[in-house]
Design a protein around this ligand. Sequence first.
Ligand code: ARG
Length: 244
Amino acid sequence: MKKCLFYLSVIALALFVSVAPVSAKTYVVGTSAGFPPFEYIQEGKIVGFDVDLMKAIAESQGFEVKFQDISFDSLIPGLNAGTIDIVAAGMTITEERAKVVDFTEPYYSANQALLVKEGSGNTLTVLFGNHNIAVQTGTTGDLWVEENLEKTGILTGKVTRFDTFVLAIQDLINGNVDGVVLDTPVAKRYAAEKPVVMVAEIITGEQYGLAVAKGNKELLEKLNKGLEEVKTSGKMDELLKKYF
Ligand code: ARG
């Protein structure tokens, strides 16, 4: 009887060991939805190219990801505070940002663009004189407008800075602002879905990267390896086809 119990417990232990999942590390990925097709809300969920890309990288490198939607200008502070581990938000690699966070190899190229309301007859000239422009706070579009239009006095109207592009585009449709400056791929997507038109492209030559806290070499390496694998396996092309 004792022997029997012993064997049973050995079998039970063996079963437990074989079905117990190997617990993979979960990284918190910060993003800022409202930037279609990179990240946006659909049926209450954060979806998009960056989300699928992060999931593919995680799968290739054997970790799990959990997404957190926060305002764009809180992403870098979040990395530094340790509340998020990775930024996947169509974030442009810039010298300034690279001083405080570490970027992966680039995964997408973009420029800036100008959107105006459909039927308004507005053109590139809304960037000059007494016009009102909207941007998303802390983006490269925000910086471009500040450096090139506000500081130079080319634009004398108001610049409204929004937490999300969803709000900026809504303000444009409502007729409260004359133009929105944002990344070209996202401008094109909004133009396809909303009564807005892209009337100019501003060549800024930006490249998007994923970001981690400064010095987090281990995670940066995993992300770069994952990116490489996603590219060589054909998964990247599949995602590009799905979203663009
Ligand atoms: N590429 C621009 C930047 O880095 C805009 C990114 C906005 N991203 C977002 N998820 N809202 O500043």
